[in-house]
Design a protein around this ligand. Structure first.
Ligand code: J2J
Length: 543
């Protein structure tokens, strides 16, 4: 299936919207921003802990000295291949030692990785490549479920195509051929672009989130502190490591920069993770609520979580009924996490009363995080309202934003999160809902617009509305309410529509759990609010 490059003539903003100069100076004076690059921070951690375990997966264990050496060699290889500081690279790296080495190498080479996921497919990757003019795309070896090298070869564009496995296709460069001898590399600007995180936005084309070395490293340090981690801890990367939660909350990068080892599990399943925890004596990890439920189901039959002392749950609402089970059944402390790849991260703390840990999503990790809630007219409110945030690790604008991206920020630089929250008197944040058009399927964010768009391309579909319906396990399930086209010779079936969506080259988590056929929609007005009204009415009907 041919994938067209994104073609937009709309006015676009800069790659990176900087903080106002006086705000930036104050963040530096207060020590939030240290003028250090991610590469320097990793080198510093390695110098301080050379013989200590840094990264492990089921096949490989490397000390900090071995890790930084491997990363420096690969960085030299990237430079020899022609990658230059500032070049954007799209790596889709599975949870493994390779993830840490390759990401570190990209940073040491001064390039800017996109935090793409192995779950991303042609559509998402093509959008990343087109938006950034990326210089390279790095893919895993083909696995039983998907042929990544074939996808890389078929995507348009002049980017280098690099594979973690042996190169089976012409033009594909095996990453092992890049590990070159050390060479001095130019140090990028710490206040410049370090990473493009992926927004889980409410539109089909993912918005990219420009994070700087200064701000991203600070997010990691603030989380290490809020979690009371010490150098004796060990982080298990169970969720996809490029996800902001698993990368910097404090996650893989926050931990490695603090000299804390990271063990990678190939999947978040209890089987893989319990083995990894036992093998490497991991002490903390982060999970989305449905995965935590699978751990609870498995833990009663397994005693291998002895060393685990902290379980972070976030990405979607953690129901109190789940929160209450963590400590008695898994034998570790629960920490609720509420964060966003755009920046602000909140969490509950070690000294919090049980009621706070069970019923709130905690407090922001930085004293400089500014939070406010506004009502539907945009006026400050003390009650439930939309959360707006600003601070030393929250972006001021999306990468090359168009007008829809610019509308996500207020004139005074707050990010409109689209989340409805209630702030408690004790400072605790309670996430109560959402004003953004988004479905949160167990922590995976899905834009209904995107699925509607692909459904409408099927000749058997006259109109489609995609909505999230409440679900005890996933939080929300994806439901499409479809009006069949009357001109089609045979009426389209749900099975055909599901297959049609799968063939569109979308990430595997963008699925329909349920399809309902109707002959018409309830009458609402026109425009964006009408669409939301229609979704609300249909949700009530099908819930
Ligand atoms: C309800 N909704 C939540 C929570 C995120 C740490 C933890 C999570 C993310 C993340 C992250 C929620 N309860 N506890 O980046 O660093 C929803 C909100 C939010 C959106 C952001 C981190 N925790 N959410 O999930 O960029 O709607 O980041 O705005 O993927 O997830 O999604 P994302």
């Amino acid at each position: 299936m041919p994938i067209a490059a994104e073609n937009s003539s709309a006015q676009r903003g800069p790659q990176l919207v900087q903080w106002p100069p006086e705000t930036a100076s104050s963040y530096r004076e207060q020590g939030f921003w240290r003028g250090e690059t991610i590469g320097q921070a990793l080198r510093r951690a390695a110098d301080a802990n050379p013989g200590k375990l840094a990264i492990a997966d089921p096949e490989l264990r490397l000390t900090f000295a071995e890790f930084i050496d491997a990363a420096e060699r690969r960085a030299a290889g990237f430079a020899e291949l022609g990658l230059r500081p500032g070049d954007v690279v799209v790596p889709q790296l599975p949870n493994s030692v390779e993830f840490a080495i390759t990401m570190a190498a990209l940073w040491l080479a001064g390039t800017v990785p996109v935090a793409a996921l192995p779950a991303h497919r042609e559509r998402e990757v093509a959008a990343f490549l087109a938006q950034t003019g990326a210089a390279a795309h790095i893919v895993p070896a083909a696995d039983a479920l998907f042929d990544y090298p074939a996808m890389a070869a078929a995507l348009p564009g002049g980017q280098l195509r690099i594979s973690l496995g042996a190169a089976r296709l012409p033009g594909l460069i095996p990453i092992s051929s890049l590990d070159a001898s050390l060479r001095a590399l130019p140090e990028p600007d710490p206040s410049g672009l370090a990473l493009l995180q992926c927004s889980t936005g409410s539109t089909g084309v993912p918005k990219l989130i420009p994070r700087t070395h200064d701000d991203y490293l600070y997010a990691g340090r603030a989380c290490v502190e809020a979690c009371d981690l010490t150098e004796d801890d060990c982080y298990l990367a169970a969720l996809p490591a490029a996800h902001n939660f698993a990368l910097i909350s404090p996650g893989v990068l926050g931990c490695l920069a603090a000299g804390i080892p990271v063990v990678f599990s190939p999947s978040p399943s209890p089987g893989d993770c319990f083995r990894a925890i036992k093998r490497e004596r991991a002490t903390l990890t982060s999970l989305v609520p449905p995965v935590a439920l699978t751990w609870l189901a498995a833990a009663s039959r397994d005693g291998s979580l002895e060393t685990l002392r902290l379980l972070q749950i976030g990405g979607a609402t953690c129901p109190p009924a789940l929160a209450e089970r963590v400590e008695p059944e898994l034998g570790c402390r629960l920490q609720q996490m509420f964060g966003m790849a755009e920046g602000m991260i909140a969490c509950t703390r070690a000294g919090d009363p049980a009621e706070t840990v069970i019923n709130t999503q905690g407090r922001p990790v930085s004293p400089a995080d500014e939070l406010r809630t506004v009502d539907s007219a945009g006026q400050p409110t003390a009650g439930e309202g939309e959360l707006q945030v600003r601070g030393p690790y929250t972006i001021r604008g999306y990468y090359r934003a168009d007008s829809s991206g610019q509308a996500c920020f207020t004139a005074d630089g707050f990010y409109r999160t689209g989340d409805l929250v209630r702030m408690r008197a004790d400072g605790g944040i309670c996430v109560t809902g959402r004003v953004k058009d988004q479905i949160n399927r167990g922590g995976e964010k899905i834009a209904p617009d995107e699925l509607e768009d692909y459904l409408l391309r099927h000749p058997g579909v006259y109109d489609a509305v995609v909505l999230g319906l409440p679900d005890a396990y996933l939080g929300e399930r994806v439901c499409a309410v479809v009006i069949r086209s009357t001109t089609a010779s045979t009426p389209v079936t749900g099975r055909e529509l599901a297959a049609h969506l799968r063939q569109q080259g979308l990430a595997g988590y963008k699925v329909l759990d349920r399809i309902e056929f109707v002959t018409g929609y309830p009458q609402v007005g026109v425009g964006k609010t009408a669409r939301q009204e229609l979704r609300a009415t249909l949700s009530a009907q099908f819930a």
